[in-house]
Design a protein. Structure first.
Lengths: 108, 114
């Protein structure tokens, strides 16, 4: 059974900092890895989907990497803004399991 | 952009009552999922559904739960006799084909059992 762990559980940074969120998974036989954002009381918004054949995927200030052999993915957020404050979740879509998320607060 | 639609957005029910949560997945998607999230806790997998049958379910998805695709567009989650601990946000998701495509989530139904 796939287990997904996200570190750190919470992160508070001043505006403008670059930051890295980590996701690790136990079963490396995954096809892809998806990162989501969840605002309080809201649903999950897909940010990036990395196929297993890719090593990186970029969208604006977000860059996600995937290393299947080590069972890790990272989400890099450049020049963080207060609007980035949310919980960030990762999941390898097959197996259905999510990490507990990283709660990010970006202070003005 | 295509969306997954969930209704109602909020439902309040009495303990012991049956509830049906409704979802309309994206029309060309083949795989459907239900998740729940208890307030302040992680998103938990309940069940996945493909080709008119359950393909996987978690230990949470016991005999009180059932899913159905009654027609070509709706995907429902039924809780037979609700308990206080069933109070949570329930999310429906769909994917075009598994495993190469990711999930698209609905905005959720907040279920409150009183």
């Amino acid at each position: 059974k796939q287990e997904v762990t996200q570190i750190p559980a919470a992160l508070s940074v001043p505006e403008g900092e670059n930051l890295v969120l980590n996701c690790s998974f136990t079963d490396s036989a995954i096809y892809n890895l998806q990162w989501f954002r969840q605002d309080p009381g809201k649903g999950l918004t897909s940010l990036l989907l990395i196929q297993s054949s890719q090593r990186e995927q970029t969208s604006g200030r977000l860059n996600a990497s995937l290393d299947k052999s080590s069972g890790r993915s990272t989400l890099y957020i450049a020049a963080s803004q207060p609007g980035d404050s949310a919980t960030y979740l990762c999941a390898p879509p097959q197996g259905g399991r999510f990490g507990a998320g990283t709660r990010l607060t970006v202070k003005p | 952009e295509p969306e997954v639609t969930q209704t109602p957005s909020h439902q309040v029910t009495q303990m012991g009552q049956e509830v049906i949560l409704r979802c309309v997945p994206i029309s060309n998607h083949l795989y459907f999922y239900w998740y729940r999230q208890i307030l302040g806790q992680k998103v938990e997998f309940l069940v996945s559904f493909y080709n008119n049958e359950i393909s996987e379910k978690s230990e949470i998805f016991d005999d009180q739960f059932s899913v159905e695709r009654p027609d070509g567009s709706n995907f429902t989650l039924k809780i037979r006799s609700t308990k206080l601990e069933d109070s949570a946000m329930y999310f429906c998701a769909s994917s075009e084909s598994r495993p190469n495509y990711g999930y698209t989530f609905g905005s959720g139904t907040r279920l409150t059992v009183v």
